[in-house]
Design a protein around this ligand. Structure first.
Ligand code: GRF
Length: 202
């Protein structure tokens, strides 16, 4: 299976996928990353693609006349690689109708909180501020809401009294990377069905 991974930052989730595929072999894992896309330049996630010898593209909102035009351009850029599955790994933009029409049902996201708690761009900070005793990460299909699509898997992480946002996020990311690698491999190898809110992996 062909994966396109979308990033906006350090790309450690992308790196976890690349390492797992390199280690196990694409055939055994069931998928290979064929390209990396970003919404901005100069991020470590793009450098990781470069080091892995992968094609990458940058699709910036400000390069387009409107959000819809950006969405159309992103859809086209991703479609060029003919992915079976698109993975948002720290991609910090909300895609639009055209992207979802094209990739809905095979577009997943990883979020650093236990959805439906703490959706949005500050899930780690919000859980900490709320005083949650456990938080974690969620891998889910992307639908037309923000972090509202059918949940595939979740991992729980304890919140420690001494935690600040970055310490907690780092601990979440340790769980998140393993969860994402496991989920992507299973979706790719076994196939899956989405039945309402339920995801059934064969
Ligand atoms: C991940 O925790 C992701 O859930 C969140 O931002 C982080 C991205 O980390 N949206 P990285 O770019 O994969 O290192």
């Amino acid at each position: 299976k062909r994966l396109v991974v979308l990033v906006s930052g350090s790309g450690t989730n992308l790196q976890a996928l690349l390492d797992a595929i390199a280690e196990r072999g694409a055939a055994a894992y069931g998928a290979a990353v064929v390209a990396v896309g970003a919404d901005r330049d100069g991020i470590e996630g793009l450098a990781r693609a470069e080091r892995a010898g992968l094609p990458s593209f940058v699709c910036r909102v400000k390069d387009h006349g409107s959000r819809e035009e950006w969405d159309a351009a992103l859809t086209e850029a991703v479609a060029a690689y003919e992915p079976d599955l698109v993975v948002s790994a720290g991609f910090m933009k909300i895609v639009g109708k055209e992207f979802l029409a094209r990739f809905g049902g095979r577009f997943i996201n990883t979020h650093p909180a236990l959805l439906p708690s703490f959706p949005g761009a500050h899930g780690v900070r919000d859980a900490l501020a709320y005083g949650a005793r456990v938080t974690g990460c969620t891998v889910h299909f992307v639908d037309d809401g923000v972090d509202t699509g059918p949940i595939i898997a979740q991992g729980v992480v304890e919140v420690r009294d001494e935690d600040d946002e970055s310490a907690l996020h780092e601990r979440i990311k340790e769980v998140e990377r393993r969860l994402l690698v496991e989920v992507v491999g299973r979706l790719a190898r076994n196939g899956y069905r989405i039945e309402g809110r339920k995801v059934v992996i064969q």
